[in-house]
Design a protein around this ligand. Structure first.
Ligand code: ZN
Length: 286
């Protein structure tokens, strides 16, 4: 199953993408793709409903905005420095235990929404990442159990303001949480359609130039290890987003370092999970 959401920001309607890539409007199902839906066995209920309704579902208008495929979750958790070459380009030690930080859930945005360069930002940067979406309550799970708790996967750009992140004191959260800093999608693909999440090409282009091009086989800490680790410290809830880290090729690591300017076009994608595109602009509220 491929979940989508469409419509104006904050008023998204639920949908699915069918096997032909057609986006179908599921608003008549009457629920959003959110924590409550996934907690209450929504995936199976939706499958049953689709068996009788799918043929009659309207197509999503081609000009509709595509939102995050999942409604605002309880948490967006990120793993830092989880690819060897990225840790080196960042000038950081290769971690021996997962580095964990969070993004404000208000940073969630659609896969084709503009990236808003925040007020006083000079170092807004990109990070293509495999996002894992949690499917059921997850507390104190082992590595062996961890994959049973995964709902599926999506493309995520962990947009990062490096000066806010590294030079404004305290935690990385300051550089990770601005509005539009967590575009997710275009689709949330359930795990049954992704046989090996640890062998997916992921890439990102800036203005047509390939800057990140790697594979999730290079993750330092794999998905079961990350879920086991996180679940010792907090309860993961259905719909929670765990972003697994970015490979090398971010702006901070280029020579000279390069950051987002208004009008820059970012395209990014992951094998099997689709492609997203974002244009940078100044935050109109800035
Ligand atoms: Zn990241």
């Amino acid at each position: 199953m491929k979940f989508i959401r469409f419509g104006d920001a904050g008023q998204e309607q639920p949908g699915i993408q069918d096997e032909n890539g057609k986006n179908l409007d599921c608003s008549s199902f009457g629920e959003d793709w959110n924590e409550h839906f996934f907690t209450s066995d929504g995936l199976n209920r939706l499958k049953d409903w689709l068996a009788s309704q799918k043929e009659s579902l309207p197509e999503v208008p081609a000009n509709a905005r595509i939102g995050s495929p999942i409604a605002r979750p309880s948490k967006i958790i990120c793993i830092g420095l989880n690819y060897l070459k990225h840790a080196k380009e960042a000038g950081m030690e290769v971690p021996t235990i997962p580095i964990v930080f969070m993004k404000a859930t208000s940073s969630l945005s659609g896969p084709f929404d503009p990236i808003l360069i925040p007020k006083n930002s000079e170092k807004s940067d990109w990070e293509v990442e495999l996002a894992v979406i949690i499917g059921k309550r997850t507390k104190y799970v082992s590595k062996e159990e961890a994959m049973d708790h995964v709902l599926g996967y999506a493309v995520h750009n962990d947009v990062s303001e490096r000066d806010f992140q590294l030079n404004h004191g305290g935690q990385w959260v300051k550089g990770k949480s601005a509005d539009s800093f967590a575009p997710i999608g275009p689709v949330l693909v359930t795990k049954d359609e992704i046989p090996d999440p640890h062998n997916l090409r992921l890439w990102l282009k800036l203005n047509g130039k390939m800057l990140q091009d790697s594979n999730t086989s290079d993750l330092i800490f794999d998905i079961p290890t990350i879920i086991e680790h996180l679940s010792q410290y907090m309860t993961l809830l259905p719909g929670d987003i765990i972003s697994t880290g970015t490979p090398s090729g971010v702006g901070m690591g280029l020579n000279p370092p390069t950051y987002l300017q208004k009008g820059d076009v970012i395209e990014l994608g992951i094998e099997g999970l689709g492609e997203a595109r974002q244009v940078a602009m100044e935050d109109p509220e800035g």
